[in-house]
Design a protein around this ligand. Structure first.
Ligand SMILES: CC(=O)[C@@H](O)[C@H](O)COP(=O)(O)O
Ligand SMILES: NCC(=O)COP(=O)(O)O
Length: 255
């Protein structure tokens, strides 16, 4: 039986809006609670060095909320493990998963995956520490089969497919060619015993085809588009809509 893809809601953009005033609203905790109540199986945060959105205090509060009230919900912390203080926060909070992303501090958003071989010396000790702490690791990767064997060799548990190229090609002439790169990378990951996550610019329109075509996606982490949808529809209706797409596509995959 195909394991259903889990939805992890990234609440970065709730924090971005909250930070524009000193009023504490919209609440990141309330957003997470409402998304969980609507069926989200995880919460994702990406505390960047400049705390432009998610602050270290948010991470601590979300961790406490999930531990105390939603122990079945996964917390996924994303970030560059080489950034000051990131790993200190991860090992303080001990999330279910840490997704390592090679972002530089000044990047406006995540826009590429690791060059695992080039960064091997940096990645191996971090992955060993995550494993020792019982934290599942995921490496943010471009849809590139040449990176998969190295991801396994350095000790990652999963890869996260960076899906912006898929999203920006959706509905365009080269969409099939781009999607094939994801299918090939996911299949290669499965052959190497790596779990497959996916995220970045996924939305209600493009999510279904991705899950239909790319095998055994264990988790999609979705933030920007989902929070934008929630501004119009509310968190509950929005999360239910994303989960409906996931449920329908999982059934088709199970076929
Ligand atoms: C790693 C990734 O693709 C996203 O999870 C990232 O966290 C988005 O970051 P921003 O919300 O800062 O654009
Ligand atoms: N890892 C992807 C993520 O957490 C959210 O990305 P986006 O949906 O905000 O682009």
């Amino acid at each position: 039986m195909v394991e259903k893809t889990k939805l992890s809601v990234n609440v970065n953009k709730v924090a971005l809006l909250r930070n524009s005033r000193h009023l504490g609203i919209p609440s990141v905790l309330r957003a997470a609670s409402l998304c969980i109540a609507a069926g989200a199986e995880g919460i994702t945060v990406h505390p960047r060095p400049d705390e432009r959105h998610i602050r270290r205090s948010d991470v601590r509060e979300l961790s406490a909320l999930i531990r105390q009230h939603h122990p079945h919900i996964e917390l996924n912390i994303e970030g560059n493990p080489l950034a000051d203080g990131f790993l200190d926060l991860v090992f303080e909070v001990v999330p279910d998963q840490c997704t390592m992303v090679p972002d530089s501090p000044e990047q406006s958003t995540s826009d590429h995956g690791w060059n695992v071989l080039a960064d091997r010396e940096k990645l191996v000790p971090v992955l060993e520490k995550l494993r020792a702490a019982g934290i599942r690791s995921s490496l943010f990767l471009d849809p590139d089969v040449t990176q998969v064997a190295a991801a396994k060799e350095v000790g990652a548990d999963r890869i996260e497919l960076y899906t912006e190229p898929y999203a920006s090609s959706y509905g365009k002439e080269n969409a099939g060619e781009i999607l094939e790169q994801y299918v090939a990378t996911a299949k290669m990951a499965l052959e190497h015993g790596l779990g497959v996550n996916a995220g970045h610019d996924l939305n209600l329109e493009n999510l279904g085809k991705f899950l239909r075509e790319v095998p055994a996606v264990l988790e999609v982490s979705i933030g920007h588009a989902l929070i934008a949808d929630a501004l119009e529809l509310g968190y509950a209706t929005t999360v239910a809509a994303y989960r409906k797409v996931i449920r329908e596509e999982s059934v088709k995959t199970a076929g």
